[in-house]
Ligand binder design. Structure first.
Ligand code: GTS
Length: 219
């Protein structure tokens, strides 16, 4: 059975949990918790699995480790020969990858930097270097990113194409993180707020944390 190393409530882990649920594959993996708050992701044992020291990581049955949410999602989406999340045509693949990366750069990663640099983050034992000014700049970048995605959602129902995709999942990760750090979507971003309300009703998003319960994780 494949394993996912993650932290159940983490925004990046959420992306892979959502992808698994959307693909109907959650019973195909076993979740292994790595305690971020204790810094377990920076210990040599975990760094051997993922050089970057971040969650989530997928371990295949042959022992291959795949880090990075985008790479994990692409792997899972290719497994069943029906790539519903990462695009079927060359055009879809290109556009979805671009918009997913943009959701990371402009919102999710920016909120993450804000959390690690301008708030207590994971605490003094884990946050060995903090630069609050950089953190606040990234917070402002995330707010600009929200306005950008609002303008996209004024024109179409989903981030990249007319269908739900990995790009939506990446922005969902960003808004989960924004909720955690109490960075609200600006009032005037009504299209983004409506989309976020719709996304939170998707079962894959709503029940993402419960996936780690053993009863749900085993077939
Ligand atoms: N680019 C990576 C990816 O897409 O997988 C980033 C992963 C990432 O930052 N994961 C967070 C992490 O490990 C997990 S969580 O904060 O969302 O729970 N953070 C810990 C750290 O020390 O950076």
């Amino acid at each position: 059975m494949m394993k996912i190393y993650d932290w159940p409530t983490g925004p990046y882990p959420a992306r892979v949990r959502i992808a698994l649920a959307e693909k109907g594959m959650r019973a195909a993996v076993r979740f292994v918790s790595v305690d971020l708050w204790k810094g377990e992701h920076k210990k040599p044992e975990f760094l051997a699995k993922n050089y970057s020291g971040t969650l989530p990581v997928l371990e295949l049955e042959d022992g291959t480790f795949i880090g990075e949410c985008t790479a994990i999602t692409e792997y899972l989406d290719a497994l069943d020969g029906a790539p519903t999340l990462t695009g079927r045509t060359a055009r879809e693949k290109g556009v979805i990858h671009m918009m997913s990366k943009r959701a990371e750069l402009e919102v999710l990663d920016a909120v993450s930097v804000y959390f690690h640099h301008a708030t207590p983050g994971l605490g003094p034992d884990v946050e060995l270097y903090q630069n609050p000014e950089w953190g606040f700049r990234q917070r402002d970048k995330a707010l600009r990113g929200m306005h950008y995605f609002n303008s996209i959602l004024e024109k179409r129902p989903f981030i990249a194409t007319d269908a739900f995709s990995m790009a939506d999942i990446s922005l969902i990760g960003g808004l989960i993180f924004a909720d955690l750090v109490k960075l609200p979507i600006p009032e005037e971003c009504t299209a983004l707020r409506d989309w976020w309300a719709r996304m939170q009703e998707r079962p894959s998003v709503k029940h993402r944390v419960a996936f780690s319960e053993p009863a749900l994780a085993t077939p």
